[in-house]
Each structure stands twice: as C-alpha cells, then as structure tokens.
Design a protein around this ligand. Structure first.
Ligand code: IMP
Length: 181
C-alpha cells in the first residue's frame, strides 16, 4: 500500500520516496560538481519550495559556493501557474561575471525559469544554469530546458519535500501526487 496524506481538502499518494530522492540528489551532486570543476558558482535558491533541495544538494557539492535566496511568485496559491512572475524579496549580490546555478524545486510552465534567466542575464552573470528536482516536461513552454533534472514527472500536482498545497505539506520527506478520484 502506498502512503497517503490528506492536506486541506485533498488526498495525495506517495509518488517518489525519501530514498529515491536521496539517491538521485547524490547522483546530481556528482554530476554538478564535475560540470563546475575548477569553478565556484553561486547557488541561487528559489524560495520557498527549494529550501530542502538546496540544503541537501549543497551538502554534496564538491565546491564552495556562495548561497543566496530569492523569492518570486507565480502561483499565488491554488494549483495552477499564473504566468505573471514577480520578485517578492531576495538578496542578489553582484553576479556580474559570475557563474550562477539556480536551484528550484519544480519547473512547470518554465515562466519562473525564463524570468530568472533574463534577470540574471541583465545583471551580466557569466553563465546561468538550473538544477531542478522535478520537471513537468509536458507543461514546459520554452526552448531552454533546465540543465540538471532530478525527475521528469507527469502533469500532476505534487506536494512534499518543499512543495506546498496552499502552504501545507512542505515538510513531508517524500513527494506525493494528487490522488485521482
Ligand atoms: P513555473 O513558473 O510554471 O515553471 O512554476 C514554477 C513554480 O510553480 C514552482 O516554483 C512552484 O512553486 C510552483 N509549482 C508548479 N507545479 C507545482 C506543483 O505540482 N506543486 C506545487 N507547486 C508547484
């Protein structure tokens, strides 16, 4: 029997276990460390959802990154992306001439990724890449995919491991998807 949780008015069933997440992050950490060998990129973690992924991934990386956080909004609560990305808060140091690795929990339409890439290009970052734990490939609207992807998932709403449903469920150690009725 798969684990189930109820959050607000909805039921969710486990889709990716804690062990699967841990093992995949270990692989990603090795891949990213090799990619940036000899460099110390900045990690830019997208709040709130990426807090656990950033914590776990950063402890595996073999370089010594500066780590910053930014908060943007596109969902505004509920279960679908508005496409209207806004920066809410965030500390962006001078990224000019530096390599930046954005850390995201999930890429859905790609509006947030596109907005971040443009914003960092305007600030003249030397390079901008993204590591995302989850990627909803069939929802993605842009040409440039995230460079480092944990899991490709179908177009289903998910919670857990940082991801929320109306601010609940972020603490769950595994990923749960909305249960079909
Ligand atoms: P995008 O701009 O459409 O790619 O959406 C990115 C943001 O939407 C993520 O950072 C999440 O905050 C949110 N999001 C997208 N899909 C889900 C989901 O299935 N569950 C929870 N949040 C999601």
């Amino acid at each position: 029997m798969k684990k189930e949780v109820r959050i607000h008015d909805k039921n969710f069933v486990e889709a990716i276990s804690e062990t699967e997440i841990r093992e995949r992050i270990m692989e990603l950490g090795i891949e990213i460390s090799r990619f940036y060998a000899g460099k110390d990129p900045i990690l830019l973690s997208v709040l709130n959802g990426a807090f656990l992924f950033t914590a776990d991934l950063s402890r595996i990386l073999e370089f010594d990154p500066e780590i910053y956080f930014i908060r943007v909004s596109s969902y505004g609560g509920g279960m679908s992306s508005s496409g209207n990305v806004k920066q809410i808060t965030g500390l962006i140091e001078n990224v000019s001439g530096k390599d930046v690795l954005i850390i995201e929990d999930i890429v859905d339409t790609g509006h947030t990724l596109d907005w971040l890439r443009k914003m960092l290009a305007e600030k003249r970052a030397a390079s901008v890449k993204m590591a995302t734990l989850l990627f909803k490939e069939e929802c993605f609207h842009y040409a440039d995919r995230p460079e480092f992807i944990g899991f490709n998932i179908p177009d289903r709403f998910v919670v857990g491991y940082g991801l929320d449903y109306n601010q609940r469920g972020r603490h769950l150690p595994s990923i749960y998807e909305l249960k079909k009725d």
